[in-house]
Every structure is written in C-alpha cells, then in structure tokens.
Design a protein around this ligand. Structure first.
Ligand code: ADP
Ligand code: ZN
Ligand code: ZN
Length: 675
C-alpha cells in the first residue's frame, strides 16, 4: 500500500448497517462522489461520505475500483438529508442514496421520442380571491416557521396558491418540487402546470420508461427545468437550488412507502425543506391529524380557506340508512324496481334523473370483486387461501382469488367439504355493482375503475377522457377514482357502503373514513351552475365520520378523534413504531418471539428510570399468515421519538441474540399500514 493513499467512508448499496472504508491512491475525492467498489466477490456502487485521516487498521483496506463517472456529485445538504433518512428509518445509508439516481445513464443528446409533458397553450394567472391573497401574504411574510399547512376545502383554489408560489420561486432562480399522490398525476393536473409554466416542468412517475425517467431526472437535476412534479420518489431527485416544496393531498397514505425503505415522503420532505431553509406547503381538504395537531400547537403555520372559488356551492349531500331501507322493503314490499340490497330507492332514482339530464354518475365502493367470502351455510366451510389466512374473493367468471398473494381457485357451486349446493357468496364488490347496474340501466354506458380492471396509467387516462367527452354515463370504482379527479359533467356521486372503512383494524380507520367521505363528496358539482348531489349509503349512519363529513365540520371531527387518540395514547399524541417478525417456520417464529419478550423485560428493568416506551405485543399480526409466512408484531409507543429510537436500536443491535436466522425482522417507523 502506498502512503499517498487516501481513505474514505463509503456508503455501499448493500444491506449492511455501517459504512465501509476503502482507499484511493491517485487524488483526493470529494464527499458525494460515486464509486464502484468490491464487496466480497460482488461489485457494488457506493458514495463517498467522508474521508478518514491516517488509517492504521490492521485489516487490509480494499481499494476503490474506479469512479462511477456517469453519476453526478451529490450536494452536501442532500447527503445530510440521506443520512437523516437512513438514521430515522433504520435503512442502510448506501441503499438510501441509491434512490437518488436515475435508472439509466445520461443520454448524450438524442431527443426524447415523445413528449412527457403536454404542450398546450399558455394561460395567465387569474385574479386571486381574497382568501388566496391572504394565504399567500401569510406564507411570504412568515420568517420563523417554514412548514405551512394549507387547509382548504376542495375547490377552494389551493392549486392556484401553489402555482403562485412556484412562480415566485422560479423567478428567483430557484427550483420547486411538487409531490402529489401517483393517482393524481393525471393529464388534467399536468396540463394545468404546463399551461402556466410551459417547458419549465419535469415530471417523474412510475409509468414512465426508464429512459423517460432518466431524461426527466437530468432536466430537473441540472436546473434545466425548474419545477419537478412527481409521486413520492421524486423527492429523491437532488435538484439544485431547492427553493420550495409542495405536498398536495398531504394526508394521503400513499406518501408512505410500504416496502424496503419505509419512508414517509411528507415527513422526509419537511426535513429536506428545513435543511434547505425553504418553505414547504402541505395542502389538503382533510389534513392528517398529525399535521393538524402540529399546526394547532404552532409548530406549523396554519392557513385555512373555507370557501369554494367564487362561492360555488358545495354539493347537496344525503345519507341513506340501509337498515331502514331493508326494513321498509321487507314490511311494505316497496321494492317495485327490484333493486339489489345495496342500492337504495333514492340513489336509484337519482341515477335515473342524472341519466335523463345527460349528466354523469360515479359510484364508489372500496372493495373489489363480486363477494368477499364464499361460505357454506350447511357446514360453515369458507374458501380460504392456502398461503394466507384470508378468505378468497369471488370475481366474475367463477374465479376465486386472494387479494394478497394472487392465488386463485375455481368456484364450484357444490361445497368442497359437505357437497351441499347451498354454498353462497357473501358481501359486495365493485364487480357486483357493475353487473347490477348494467342490468338496471341497459342503455347506459358503464365503466369500472379498480385494480382488476385498470392496471396502468394508460387505461386510467382513457377513462378520464371518457368522462371528459361524456362517453361514460356511469363510472364505478374503488377509492382509486375518489382522489383528486375533477369532472365537469359529474352530477351524482354515490358512496355505496360507507361502513366498509369503519371497521378496519387500524387506529386511523375513523380518520380514513372521514377523509374518504369528504373527498368523495368534493367530486360532485365542480362546475359553476350545478351543485351536484352526493348520496352516502351506510348501515351505521350515526358514525362520527359520516355526521361530521356531512356538516363539513373538520374541526369537530378532529377534536373528537384527537380526544380519542389521547385517551388511548396513540398518534399524534404518542409516537409509534412497529416491529414485525415473520418466518415460514412457526417454531422459529415462536421461539424468537419468546426471546423477544425476555429482551423487552430486561430492557425495561435496565432503563426504568430513563426511558419510557410502552409495548403492545408481540402478538399475531392481523394478517397472521401471509404468502406462507407467519407473522408476529409489536407496537412501540412513546411520547418522545428518541425513546423509541433508542429501544429499536437496542433490539436491532441484539438481532442475532434474539432472532433465529430463519426469522425476518423489520422495523417500520411511523407506520401507516399495520396489517
Ligand atoms: P383546489 O386545489 O383547492 O381543489 P383549485 O385550485 O383546483 O382548487 O381551484 C378550483 C377551480 O377554481 C379550478 O377550476 C381553478 O381553475 C379555479 N380557480 C382557482 N382560483 C381561481 C381564481 N382566483 N379565479 C378564478 N378561478 C379560479
Ligand atoms: Zn393468499
Ligand atoms: Zn358445506
């Protein structure tokens, strides 16, 4: 080894918890340089994180193979942010940084084949409403707090506020990132941005080809285009001169990545903005209770817009009690139209009126398929997935499938267990609604949007076009279509069964339901002269998520729900992490779970004076068996995130002592899905 060598801490793209030291002989390297290194027999990418002075290790230090020249130097602030993400979410730094690069090498100068961003006529900013002016003035004059919660009802003109801020940002020669849920990245939204900013807009979403993504990435990174719009992963594009971040629909759970690096793009964006000392706007008609309570205590700047632009009226909303509907049907035999159990007379009549008006109807239900369960009334047999502890969902064409692992089976009308022919599909799904609606309205043009039917952007866009040019009369879908879509001729919106979301095993289920009902209601009557009708069908019509959404009373809902969260000490009152352990071998899992319990006891004894974490579990996860893996989990709660952190670190550093090698261990910080 020559003594002119330099030593470096390298974050390598491999599942190892620490950085590794490598040497490089020829010249000094800057922090943020990408390199190729050897790891055992493998060659992996890495990034220089630090230099190590006078290395005198007994171990032989490997040399960096070469510099990865197609990858640009990462800025210091961005690296610090990656370090934060790595520490906070317990994910190897080298693997975090890997998110920061485009999929392919930079294209020298070949033109992209087709336009990712639509090229449409430029439009001018409208005169702002008083509410918009007031909000903008507050954001621009705020010097101390950089995080703003923009709470504005649907149609209040939040997007126009974003456009105005972005305009200021790029006029000052800085760049802006706009994150929206993947599903909202529609041509409608992109048109709006490109109409205002022409060729300043780059976009990154999951349906672009690798080449398109790479080109868009470089356009944003280099500052060629000053506005980057994208789904959560766009946050990892290290754009120059970051001056503004917008998170639209900040309450959306899709900002949380559920695999591998389990980061929450909104939360990580707040940290990124802080590091760049730039404003960040969280916009929503139904803020998350986390953001709302931060705003209430003054951590975020709270901005409200209570009115739709130009006083457009909110749609008329009705709640239909399906219990009563059933009773009257049974007693008075009023079901003259032979309606299916899920369809009230009122909703049926309203669809008819809407069709006569040559307007559109949308029906939402958060369940796919024909029926959730198929059971035998004689012996109780239920079709279940052999890989998961889950009943199979019936789809059309006699297809039983598992929504978790895609296992499928053929539905037979004879019970496989007792051969009774009474075996019955129970429940309701979007496919069943489609079948029923087509029978009831044979002349209407009916389309369905759910994950079974629409699997890519292209299909979604053709449905949006169908809604815009009115070739679709009735649209049926899961919550996929409840988000952010904006249709001019949509007059009637029906939420088929609001109860579906109430009973999910998640402490956020009320909040979800409230958001969904509010968002769904906001879809109707978005044009000037027609207020639209929203019909919410439910069995439990007195549920607070319904009553408060109905009176449009976010404050009342939030204060009730926050009290409840406080009483059980769940977020946002407490911080939360989830530890999940899983194994295909139950004995390994059980053994590790016992040991985990012992370790938790020891930890409590050792730290009783300093640390306060509350543990729930370990116990079976709601989805106990999934894809042939058995799953246990434990919730870790504390008022102070540092306590949670300390505890998780302790467990992870004792991983080998607690868990057998057949057990997979996963920590999820600020979990959203806890199934
Ligand atoms: P939100 O994002 O809060 O749902 P939008 O920004 O989409 O609201 O505004 C709703 C509608 O009102 C859009 O069609 C938009 O073009 C229009 N709009 C917004 N602000 C104004 C304004 N100041 N003057 C006229 N029209 C506006
Ligand atoms: Zn399955
Ligand atoms: Zn049977």
């Amino acid at each position: 080894m020559s003594d002119t060598n330099y030593f470096y801490e390298v974050g390598v793209n491999a599942p190892i918890d620490s950085t590794l030291t490598y040497s490089w002989g020829s010249h000094e390297l800057t922090k943020g340089t990408s390199v190729n290194v050897s790891l055992g027999k493998r060659k992996v990418k890495g990034v220089i994180l630090d230099s190590v002075p006078n290395h005198d290790s007994k171990f032989s230090i490997k040399e960096i193979n070469n510099l990865s020249e197609e990858r640009p130097l990462l800025p210091n602030k961005f690296l610090s942010w990656c370090q934060w993400v790595s520490d906070y979410y317990f994910y190897p730094i080298g693997m975090v940084i890997e998110h920061a690069f485009p999929p392919l090498k930079k294209n020298s100068n070949r033109k992209t084949k087709y336009q990712v961003i639509p090229d449409i006529e430029q439009d001018q900013a409208p005169n702002l409403t008083d509410e918009q002016l007031r909000v903008l003035q507050k954001i621009k004059s705020e010097k101390k707090i950089n995080t703003h919660l923009l709470h504005g009802v649907t149609g209040s003109g939040k997007t126009e506020v974003y456009l105005n801020l972005i305009n200021d940002c790029i006029t000052n020669n800085k760049s802006a990132i706009v994150l929206v849920p993947e599903i909202s990245l529609t041509p409608q939204l992109l048109n709006r941005f490109s109409a205002r900013f022409k060729d300043q807009v780059a976009i990154i979403h999951s349906q672009l080809t690798a080449r398109e993504k790479t080109n868009q990435w470089w356009a944003a990174f280099s500052g060629n285009k000053k506005i980057l719009i994208g789904a959560r992963s766009a946050l990892f594009c290290p754009i120059k001169n970051l001056g503004l971040i917008i998170i639209d629909e900040e309450h959306e759970s899709s900002f949380k990545q559920e695999e591998k690096l389990k980061y929450h793009a909104r939360d990580a964006a707040i940290v990124l903005a802080k590091m760049h000392n730039c404003p960040i706007i969280l916009g929503s008609a139904t803020p998350s209770l986390e953001s709302y309570s931060h705003a209430k205590v003054g951590k975020y700047n709270y901005l409200q817009m209570k009115n739709r632009v130009h006083q457009k009226v909110m749609p008329q909303t009705l709640v239909i009690d399906l219990k009563k509907e059933r009773e009257t049907r049974e007693i008075e035999n009023t079901n003259k139209d032979n309606l299916p159990f899920w369809l009230s007379q009122k909703l049926y009549d309203q669809i008819k009126v809407t069709l006569n008006n040559k307007k559109q109807t949308a029906l939402f239900l958060n369940r796919r398929g024909i029926a959730q369960v198929v059971v035998c009334p004689d012996c109780g047999y239920v079709y279940e997935c052999p890989n998961c502890e889950i009943s199979l969902t019936l789809h059309r064409k006699k297809d039983l499938t598992c929504h978790y692992c895609s296992y499928s089976d053929v539905y037979k009308e004879k019970c496989p267990s007792c051969t009774s022919i009474e075996i019955k599909p129970l429940g309701l799904g979007t496919e069943k609604i489609e079948v029923d609606i087509k029978k009831l309205f044979p002349c209407a043009n009916v389309e369905r949007v759910d994950r079974d039917k629409v699997s890519n952007r292209h299909q979604l866009e053709s449905i949006i076009t169908g809604m815009e040019n009115q070739t679709i009369d009735i649209l049926i879908g899961t919550q996929m279509i409840a988000k952010g879509l904006d249709f001019k001729y949509l007059q009637t919106v029906g939420l088929v069964l609001a109860d579906v979301a109430f009973n999910l095993p998640n402490f956020r289920s009320n909040e979800r339901s409230f958001q969904l009902i509010t968002q769904v209601s906001g879809r109707a009557g978005r044009n000037k002269d027609d207020s639209g009708v929203v019909i919410i069908q439910a069995y439990n019509t007195e549920h607070p998520s319904i009553t408060h959404a109905l009176s449009n009373n976010f404050e009342a809902f939030a204060s009730e729900e926050l009290k409840m969260r406080e009483s059980v000490q769940f977020p946002p009152t407490s911080r939360l992490a989830l530890l999940r352990i899983s194994s295909s071998q139950l004995n390994h899992l059980n053994q590790s779970t016992d040991r985990l319990r012992e370790f938790c006891e020891q930890y409590k004894e050792k730290t009783s004076h300093e640390f306060k974490v509350r543990l729930l579990g370990p116990s079976q996860a709601p989805l106990y068996k999934l894809k042939n893996n058995y799953r246990h989990q434990m919730l870790i709660l504390s008022e102070n995130h540092q306590y949670i952190r300390h505890f998780c670190k302790y467990l992870l550093s004792n991983k080998k002592k607690i868990f057998t090698s057949r057990v997979k261990v996963m920590v999820d910080i600020d979990p959203i899905s806890m199934m």
